[in-house]
Write a protein that binds this ligand. Structure first.
Ligand SMILES: [Zn+2]
Length: 437
């Protein structure tokens, strides 16, 4: 069984304005009676699908789900809209499985261990890192107002459009080259023996010293350095600018003289192509810059910010938590299996809370609708999102068919086999977030 849900949209200053972006389109689609004029100036940043207490997904209790819920629950909520976690907790034996219940993040609640999202990014997000489990527990105990839960928050991002982001420290020799290419940075870090960045034995500690200098410098010094960086870049031929040099102007445009502009020169800069993904592990610095993407994260709110934000920057925690790993990071295209009419791509997060699957039926396939079928086993509680075209999903055991179209969202019950199909002339693309095996 799949239960149609309505996810919540989050409006943040960095989101895309209006209804031309995916999050805006979703909002328009799920609020058909709203005055469209009102949407024109809204920054649509994120769509959330899940049970996050800040903004759980909504479910309308219709006749279709009557036989899956207790009679008391149905009687009480029939025709009404409830929070997804409320539906789960009142009907747990059907909505969850044992494996999910035994996860310590779930702890007898109706909460999913992951949060599934679409991001529509127009201006840069803060440079941030998320604590590992141990640190999350400690921070939550010490500063419960800032660090609201004790869970870690690994993230995975899968590009839907070109997606620009900064992720993890670059290799030591790459950073060293960037510092030499930008004299203002050489001057800024003059008290650090930066040549040690090229030495594998010493690059981590050198990088930590560099980060300490960034956060112990006064705002005036930082502003001076940023100005010098920018005027130096301007003196160069624009066609020779590196991605990061180009980005420095963009960051400055949104966060004038921000310390994050200097920090950015230490990180890998990526322009992910559609279908490419990155996993952002605990204690790794990152920032999303521009584009639209699927994101899946472990259910948590813990963010340690270090720049490109007007919000609280916890630099002391950031300095100590970062791994300073300078190992090469490469975007992944996931693991693809080719089937007769479709491709099934698995993006492994490496964390037990979630994996993401993508199933793509291209428009050009042959055969007829009855033949164009692909079966997926939904073992654990999952979220399904259609990102292109339309198709049909059939649950034969439960004898239900669903017409699924662009930006429809569903909660899928565990232990079901779903058959996906579509007309040969239609393309059909879905993402499924689920718990890792
Ligand atoms: Zn993050």
């Amino acid at each position: 069984l799949m239960i149609p849900i309505t996810g919540s949209t989050q409006k943040y200053h960095w989101g895309k304005v209006g209804v031309d972006c995916l999050v805006g389109m979703y909002s328009k689609k799920t609020h058909p009676d709203s005055d469209i004029e009102l949407f024109k100036n809204i920054h649509f940043a994120e769509l959330w699908m899940g049970t996050h207490p800040g903004s759980p997904s909504l479910v309308k209790i219709t006749e279709n789900i009557q036989k899956w819920v207790t009679p008391e629950f149905y009687e009480k909520h029939q025709g009404k809209t409830v929070h997804l976690d409320e539906l789960i907790i009142s009907n747990k034996s059907v909505m969850f499985n044992e494996k999910t219940e035994s996860m310590d993040v779930v702890k007898g609640s109706g909460s999913l261990p992951y949060l599934f999202k679409i991001l529509s990014v127009d201006s840069p997000l803060s440079i941030q890192a998320h604590p590992d489990k141990q640190l999350a527990e400690k921070l939550h105990e010490q500063f419960p107002d800032i660090y609201k839960d004790s869970n870690h928050k690994p993230e995975m991002v899968i590009a839907l459009t070109e997606f620009e982001c900064l992720c993890s420290f670059s290799e030591g020799k790459t950073i060293l080259k960037r510092l030499h290419n930008n004299p203002a940075l050489l001057e800024f870090f003059k008290d650090v023996n930066i040549e040690n960045l090229a030495d594998d034995e010493k690059s981590k500690e050198t990088l930590k010293e560099i980060v300490k200098v960034i956060y112990s410098s006064s705002d005036v010094l930082v502003a001076e350095c940023v100005e010098k960086i920018l005027s130096h870049i301007e003196s160069l031929d624009e066609k020779d600018w590196t991605i990061m040099q180009r980005l420095a102007f963009r960051l400055h445009e949104f966060y004038e003289n921000d310390v994050g502009i200097i920090f950015g020169f230490l990180l890998n800069d990526f322009v992910l192509q559609p279908g490419e993904s990155l996993v952002l592990g605990p204690n790794e610095p990152h920032a999303y810059i521009r584009g639209e993407a699927i994101e899946c994260v472990a259910a948590s709110d813990n963010v340690v910010r270090g720049g490109l934000t007007p919000k609280f920057k916890d630099s002391a925690t950031l300095i100590e938590m970062l791994t300073y790993s300078t190992e090469d990071v490469e975007p992944s295209k996931g693991t693809t299996s080719e089937h007769e009419f479709c491709k099934h791509i698995v993006y492994n997060s490496g964390f037990k809370e979630f994996n993401v699957h993508k199933i793509v039926f291209p428009a050009s396939a042959e055969g007829n609708a009855e033949e164009n079928v692909y079966s997926v086993n939904i073992q654990d509680p999952s979220m399904l999102l259609c990102t292109k075209g339309k198709g049909k999903v059939t649950d034969q055991a439960d004898a239900v068919d669903y017409e699924v179209e662009f930006l429809n969202t569903f909660y899928c019950l565990p232990g079901k086999e779903l058959k996906l199909s579509r007309h040969p002339e239609e393309e059909f693309e879905v993402f499924i977030a689920t718990i890792a095996e």
